[in-house]
Write a protein that binds this ligand. Structure first.
Ligand code: FES
Length: 161
């Protein structure tokens, strides 16, 4: 399914729940992010209206928090660590390999919405450097063989889904 074709009714229901609850901006955005997969840009104005805020305030919060995205992401979101510990252990070549394998640059999503590639400052698992996450799963002590097998698994999973 094309994730840009989201459930409008569900979106309106979520916004309706937070009507006039100015304190509810973050939980409201979290719920949209979780249930729709991203914050549709056209929802900014209705959100601002419901919470009696300015659209610029809503937009500001969305851009400030890395957990919110205005664009749909892939079913598998890869976060490759580019922190110091991982850098020392070769994260640059791991990232280069992933970019080539997926034909994606940082911040891009594949046209079929299978993969999104991102980098992060530290995944908090430096002892496992170099590391990456795919959705909620951690992978450490990466090397080219391991990366190929991880990507292969997620490709398979997406095909079976
Ligand atoms: S620097 Fe990569 S996990 Fe901390």
């Amino acid at each position: 399914m094309d994730p840009t074709q989201f459930d409008q009714e569900k979106l309106s229901e979520i916004i309706e729940k937070y009507q006039e609850k100015k304190w509810g901006l973050i939980p409201l955005l979290q719920q949209i992010q979780e249930e729709i997969g991203f914050i549709p840009p056209e929802s900014i104005e209705p959100i601002a209206d419901a919470l009696q805020m300015y659209p610029a305030q809503v937009q500001g919060v969305i851009t400030f928090y890395a957990g919110f995205s205005l664009k749909p992401k892939g079913r598998c979101v890869l976060k490759v660590c580019r922190g110091t510990a991982c850098h020392v252990k070769g994260s640059r070549s791991i990232l280069r390999m992933i970019k080539k394998d997926l034909s994606l640059e940082e911040g891009e999503t594949s046209p079929d919405y299978q993969f999104t590639l991102e980098t992060v400052a530290c995944l908090g698992a430096c002892f496992l450097a170099p590391t990456m996450m795919v959705n909620r799963d951690y992978f450490g002590k990466l090397n080219p063989t391991k990366v190929t097998s991880v990507l292969g698994e997620y490709r398979k999973d997406s095909k079976e889904a």
